[in-house]
Ligand binder design. Structure first.
Ligand code: 6PG
Length: 264
């Protein structure tokens, strides 16, 4: 059996993917909240998680999550005002935060009101240090990190070819993304890989080519950020819809390939 160090759940479509991911996240948060006072989540940006966020805010799920113990951070942010429609904070606010009873002090947006993105990155890192303290391993340990994947293989705001992929000191960085002609804020790889649980949400056939490499034994050689996400001690779980999974090589050892959670 090839030890890939991660598992895959394949859902029918974005709705099924979101519902299965919501069920998983609810269970995880409930267990964590029984074991610890504060639960730290780094939310993903982009459009894929929107339905998950909506589901987490609905009454059926809402009453099951102890939001007063949950702290929401972001894995990355577009460097735009927080009320900008392109803002990852705004996306989460509209679909989740505005609909739940979460204490304001538990919501930690990246400070995009700053004029200088480097200052914003520094300040967010300070905010993380205030929350996590100075952990013995040197990196903050999120209980859950949600991530998406771009069609170029980027994740969070770590893009292919970025010098950030070799960052070993900073927790938060502010890369200028030439292709987007824009600054971003992002947690760095060591922070993401120090999480206890990482979940990718990937949907759509435009992501199939990137996901095809998921099971390739040497996929880290390509240097695509998505394949550099390998938790140092935590768990990694991909929620894919059938379109995004349609090119995955079902080679040997795919007994780890799990069908939808509903079949287990
Ligand atoms: C962002 C992200 C980014 C996102 C992927 C997928 O700010 O854009 O956090 O990493 O997760 O680009 O985006 P979609 O879900 O919109 O395809």
């Amino acid at each position: 059996m090839i030890d890939r160090g991660f598992e895959v759940v394949i859902a029918r479509d974005i709705e099924d993917l979101s519902r299965q991911a919501a069920g998983f996240v609810i269970g995880l948060l409930k267990n964590l909240a029984e074991a610890k006072e504060h639960v730290a989540i780094a939310l993903s940006g982009g459009t894929t998680p929107k339905r998950l966020y909506e589901l987490l805010s609905t009454v059926s799920f809402h009453n099951e999550i102890p939001w007063n113990q949950v702290h929401l951070f972001w894995g990355d942010e577009r460097f735009v005002p927080l009320d900008h429609p392109y803002s990852n904070y705004r996306i989460a606010y509209d679909t989740l935060i505005s609909k739940i009873q979460i204490p304001q002090e538990n919501v930690h947006p990246m400070p995009c009101e700053k004029a200088d993105p480097q200052v914003a990155a520094y300040e967010y890192e300070e905010r993380l240090r205030r929350f996590f303290g100075s952990p013995s391993k040197g990196w903050p340990q999120f209980d859950l990190v949600l991530l998406g994947v771009g069609v170029d293989g980027h994740t969070a705001s770590l893009f292919p070819g970025s010098s950030l992929l070799k960052e070993k000191r900073r927790w938060v960085a502010a890369p200028y993304v030439k292709r987007l002609n824009a600054y971003r804020l992002t947690l760095t790889l060591p922070v993401l890989n120090n999480a206890d649980q990482i979940i990718f949400l990937v949907a759509g056939k435009e992501k199939a080519q990137i996901m095809k490499g998921l099971f390739a034994a040497d996929n880290t050689r390509a240097g695509l950020p998505v394949h550099l996400i390998r938790p140092s001690h935590g768990k990694l779980l991909f929620f894919l819809d059938e379109s995004a999974a349609c090119l995955i090589d079902q080679g040997k050892g795919d007994d780890q390939m799990r069908c939808s959670l509903g079949d287990l």
